[in-house]
Design a protein around this ligand. Structure first.
Ligand SMILES: [Zn+2]
Length: 272
């Protein structure tokens, strides 16, 4: 009995709020830990309201990893159900150059869409995971080093793919893409829905259409987690194609695959 149980029920659980972090952690821990993703695939962190069972899943965690800002609902769950559990808030630990949020107050939280920042996040995750499960330290460090190399070569490949689009006007759906745009040299001229989950005003729509025409943006983008209707209205009025991006990803899709898919869609839409 003990032999059977040792690996199965002694396996610690790590909870991550967003898919990109859950996936990086999976790539570091392999099958040595249970990895639970709190925000279901397809949901937006901006409109998410955790259910009691999602709240309960945090109670058994040995470690909780969140981005900060966009997933602050997790702080309430931690306070209520897991007050003593180690918590990593990536935006509070990572050294990076913050970008102001579109509301003019606070920092834009969407750092995970810059792969170089995700490569810098891996060592932070490895340290936290090793402190929870020191027996597997060597495995986690080896996998972490492999992951950093993978993210670095991903970044290089994506840079090459986007290099011909340097300075191209980019009109994403919500304000998720400033770190991505800064890193890859796209010109983020407007967002269609400044407050995600809240339909933009007719004035905001009209301004987006005017900007797209003025700068000759070649496409606009919606996102699979949010209602595409405002983007459809803008695309139609500006007479440009509407292309879907995914800032978060799906269960079973690696972070690297997610970023490749987004860059491929952007390169195709904004290229010749
Ligand atoms: Zn967002």
């Amino acid at each position: 009995m003990v032999l059977l149980g040792t690996t199965a029920w002694a396996r610690p659980t790590v909870v991550a709020t967003l898919h990109p972090y859950a996936n990086l952690i999976e790539q570091i821990v392999g099958n040595r830990m249970n990895v639970v993703q709190l925000l279901p695939s397809g949901a937006s962190p901006h409109t998410f309201d955790p259910t009691p069972s999602q709240a309960a899943s945090i109670a058994g965690a040995s470690l909780i990893v969140m981005n900060g800002g966009v997933d602050d609902w997790a702080r309430r769950l931690v306070t209520a159900a897991a007050a003593g559990t180690p918590l990593v808030v990536v935006t509070e630990r990572l050294h990076y150059q913050p970008i102001q949020g579109s509301d003019g107050v606070g920092t834009n939280p969407h750092i995970w869409l810059d792969p170089s920042l995700m490569a810098s996040t891996v060592p932070l995750l490895v340290v936290a995971l090793v402190s929870v499960d020191p027996q597997d330290a060597a495995t986690f460090r080896t996998n972490g080093a492999t992951l950093v190399r993978s993210l670095t070569s991903l970044d290089e490949a994506l840079r090459q793919e986007l290099a011909p689009l340097h300075g191209a006007p980019f009109v994403p759906f919500h304000d998720a893409w400033p770190y991505f745009a800064r890193h890859f040299g796209l010109d983020l001229v407007a967002s269609i829905e400044p407050t995600p989950g809240r339909e933009p005003s007719p004035r905001t729509i009209a301004e987006a259409v005017a900007t797209i025409r003025r700068v000759h943006a070649k496409a606009v983008f919606d996102e699979r987690q949010l209602n595409p209707r405002p983007a459809q209205v803008v695309a139609e009025a500006a007479n440009v194609p509407l292309v879907t991006l995914d800032p978060l990803g799906n269960t079973g899709q690696s972070y690297q695959e997610l970023m490749r898919a987004n860059v491929k869609a952007i390169a195709k839409a904004l290229g010749d």
